[in-house]
Design a protein around this ligand. Sequence first.
Ligand code: ACO
Length: 430
Amino acid sequence: MSQDAYRLKSPSGKETELPVLSGTAGPDVLDISKLYAQQGVFTYDPGFAATGSCSSNITFIDGEEGLLMYRGYPVEQLAKSSSFLEVSYLLLHGELPTVDELADFESTIRRHTMLNEGMLSFFKGFRYDAHPMAMLSAVVGSMSAYYHDKLDASNPQHRDIFAHRILAKLPTIAAAAYKLNCGQPFIYPRNDLNYCENLLQMFFAVPAEPYEIDQVAAEAIDLLFILHADHEQNCSTSTVRMAGSSGANPYSAVAAGISALWGPAHGGANEAVLAMLEEIGDVSQIGKYVDKAKDKNDPFRLMGFGHRVYKNFDPRATIIRKMAHKILGRLGRVDTPLYDLALALEEVALKDEYFIEKRLYPNVDFYSGIIYRALGIPTSMFTVMFAIGRSVGWTAHWREMIGDSETRISRPRQLYTGPAKRDYVPIDKR
Ligand code: ACO
């Protein structure tokens, strides 16, 4: 904590000192935890845009500089040189693993990929066209019913087992949801494959013929998972922390996070971007849609544009933009019309005064859907893919929250604007 403090004087002259806390990076924060006790007022900050809800040493974002770091490592370096499981180890344990630690971790994750066989029967109950995010959230919630044997949240080993199960089993659950949607038989995980290879075979293999893993696809997914792995106190992660702060079962807390991620203002944007590009349809229509996005009376927004924190550029979007061209080229699908349309739309929006003035730039989701589409992953699965990558961030934050002595149940206050106290009116007098 720094020595500085802000002095707040109420209209009646009562003074309070608000201590200033300094982190290792980023702006200082005012500690207002004693404000109500000393001044009798709360703060008002809809959407928590100016409120720090906890201290965390996992991820740092500088929205002005377009900087994203996991445990201090810039995401560009991790995207270039690391793997998703190595990044997962880093997020969960705070340090990059040694060769042996990584081998151990990878082997643990491989050995937890199967589901309790009873969980598969859930998929028989869903309609063939159920949205995979609905299935993911429901089945991950059901893990609290299957895996309660090792769940003493105060036991660090149990917290590890929870994290390993989430990371290992999410691709299996996602693949089961996908197979239900396609009407194909469920494909079991294979422990001889790495994380993303295994995901691809569970998604795309069929029992009738051998399946050849596409290494370009596996590498592309690994990269997207690295970029999605964590993003500090975003909506879904804050939801996991909030649900978990009551002492709720952590699998249920992750299920809550999956539900929060599904919204189009958050992880659902990758699906919404593709729907939007399909609706725009042609470069000649871009002007019309950019005008719609600028019209205050039109609810249409350019999906994949804008971010609560990034105000100059989203570093993940920069990496994906570069990768999109490379990956589409290597897959032999660089002529994807939607990719061309996305590039043209980006060019128009970036030169438009409205987007410049409001500092709206393409975010990570503007390009991720285009890559997933090129890999043959259907649009309804895009947010599921995001959830698999983000699952490690959720578990890292849940573990940090549970182990933090400052954690209290999350319980914000409000500015009440309803009716003042009044007396009940009997029904015959209304
Ligand atoms: N298209 C058009 N106008 C926009 C857009 C957009 N995509 N995004 C923001 N604006 C405008 C708003 O209308 C608002 O205008 P005003 O000041 O005249 O009222 C101004 O820019 C500020 O936007 P807010 O919505 O207040 O910003 P906030 O930080 O609350 O929202 C959000 C950020 C939700 C990402 C928003 O930009 C948005 O809806 N973008 C489209 C959805 C999207 O791509 N979401 C993915 C986010 S990344 C992720 O979750 C992985």
